[in-house]
Design a binder for this molecule. Sequence first.
Ligand code: HEM
Length: 428
Amino acid sequence: MVVVTEPTAIEGVIRKAMENGGRGTGLEIIDDITKDHGLPYALGTANYEEWKKTRPLANVLLNPSLVNALTPRISSIASEWVNKLKELGQVQQDGSIVLPNLKSNLNLYTMENIVALTHGKRFGLTTPGKEIPKEVQQYTAAVEDTVARLTEAIIGGYWIHKYIPTKFYKDFSSSYLFSYNFAKKIRNNETSTPLQPTTDGIQNLGAAYAALAKKNGFSDQDVLAIDVGAVVAGVDTTSAVLMTVLYELAVNPSIQEELYQEVCAVMNVSKEPLPLIEHNQFKKMQILKNFVKDAIRKSPAASQNSRTLYSDTEVLGYHIPKNTEMILFNYGVNRDEKYFENPLQVSPHRFDKEDAKINEYSMLLFGLGERSCPGKRVAMAEVYMMVANLVYEYRLQCNEKDYELTGPGLLYPKVTPQNQIHFVQRSK
Ligand code: HEM
């Protein structure tokens, strides 16, 4: 395995993958589960032909007009979650609220968004006063487990299951299968919890998928695999990013205030409830965008990308034979003083300066090239809308000046009893 920590070298590897083909490293484990259980290939597959066939389905998500239209819906789901905060958390003596299971609670928000987007259905996971159904708790837990194991497999190259039936592989398979079967139930209206259709008039992806399926000859199974991929790849990752962003808000009260002022100014509100944010209003929230960008630079939830090339290549003068696993270590680049001044400090103004032109290969949270994340626009919209709605209602505080990160899979702040976020309602 080769670890690449230099932006131009990372760029070289990704470009080579685009010319001669390549795949994400370590994802073969999902292919093994797929084959063992007769499932359709999911995106991310190491099987290049299968991947190339179904990727156009996922590209639907990258259409900017889709995300623009989705902004008010996502804002509304964020606002619901913020209103449900008291129910989800524990009210402290000083009136602040803490959520010991902050990450899982954020998964309710990201899950609600993805199910609404892909299926046009609402579980009501963010609706105040509504209990979280047990089967959904199991579903989010299975997705969380799948992602944790997958990221571990990418780093650790878990291949031993090909020879010995390991517990890791068995547990991984059962989480993935649970996720797969539950997505199928959602599609077929077979969940025990009745789902409500969305009522905001925004089309779910079904229509776009159906048109593509007809044109390109995709089966219903192919489409289901994309739905599963969206949930597996898009729920836990987005909540991990949110964890980082919320902790960065909590340790940076002056930035929080700037964001609050920006939201009030753009939305022209001060005391009244925050209206749903439209895309053209969000576009004016430059401090918000730059703050989030720098927070995820400092602590990227996906600490690395990976490529295994189908041809030999050269990296910084070293010959790398084809099929070598390569880790493109963006965490290392993002915290390197060579590329970012004061790398451990987060500032929405880092990107203000004219000369702050950042090499895009030095900030690879979503990967780049033909295999890059198709959900990046949706994920970022979820993050922005949550931050805008949250800072309008609450001040976020924590005792310590920084946070530790979990790992080795997805990276996000570790919640400890000493360093929980306290949500303090703003007096209006
Ligand atoms: C902030 C949250 C997210 C992060 C950090 C993230 C990160 C990534 C990364 C690093 C990759 C690999 C890219 C590469 O190898 O170049 C990826 C792939 C992928 N992501 Fe995301 N992602 C996020 C959210 C989402 C969402 C919301 C969805 C779906 C709605 C999604 C769907 C996918 C899929 C299907 C792939 C596989 C693409 C392929 O193999 O062609 N992701 N993501």
